[in-house]
Design a protein around this ligand. Structure first.
Ligand SMILES: [Zn+2]
Ligand SMILES: [Zn+2]
Length: 176
């Protein structure tokens, strides 16, 4: 798939075409090239750790099949247009960081993003953190205060009872 077709596919998922989507499409396309893969991740073999939650992430989801639901898209919020990729089949990993680029206008930017080769858009760096573990399925139990079924990692102990974070009603780090 060429980048223009990828942009069309991503636009359908995202709802509009925008600058962020162009960044995400470029990252997805370059990542596929570097990992030597042709299509999206059917299972969880390709993992993306995105350092922002902007429009660009939607392109990664629609093109590479990395998604929140499958657990192979992780947001590591750093406010950067940076995307790390891990291929669990080959062990290969790299981090793409958007270069500082300047353009005269939007049309020039769009054309550049669609036609420039990956190395002109992104710096390729080593990933400075460990690959995320595979998605786990946790056991759950009922919170005795609200009665809602809650997965174990999100349960807390309060007043000697195992209760959910919302019922703990303290300065719990995961609230709101
Ligand atoms: Zn957008
Ligand atoms: Zn509760």
């Amino acid at each position: 798939m060429d980048k223009r077709s990828m942009l069309e596919k991503a636009s359908l998922f995202h709802g509009h075409t925008c600058e962020g989507l162009l960044i995400g499409v470029s990252a997805a396309s370059y990542a596929m090239e570097l990992m030597e893969i042709e299509g999206p991740s059917a299972d969880e073999e390709i993992v993306c750790v995105a350092e922002n939650d902007s429009c660009s992430v939607d392109a990664i989801q629609s093109i590479l099949g990395c998604s929140i639901g499958k657990g192979n898209l992780i947001l590591r919020m750093r406010g950067k247009q940076a995307f790390s990729f891990f291929n669990r089949n080959t062990g290969k990993s790299f981090r793409l960081v958007l270069k500082e680029l300047t353009f005269d206008d939007q049309a020039q930017k769009r054309e550049f993003m669609l036609s420039a080769p990956g190395p002109e858009i992104f710096d390729v760096k080593d990933v400075p953190f460990a690959p995320p573990p595979k998605a786990k399925i946790y056991r759950s139990q009922k919170c005795p205060v609200c009665g809602e079924i809650t997965a174990e990692p999100w349960l807390r102990v309060g007043d000697g009872k195992v209760i959910c974070a919302d019922c703990l009603q303290k300065d719990d780090p995961i609230q709101p």
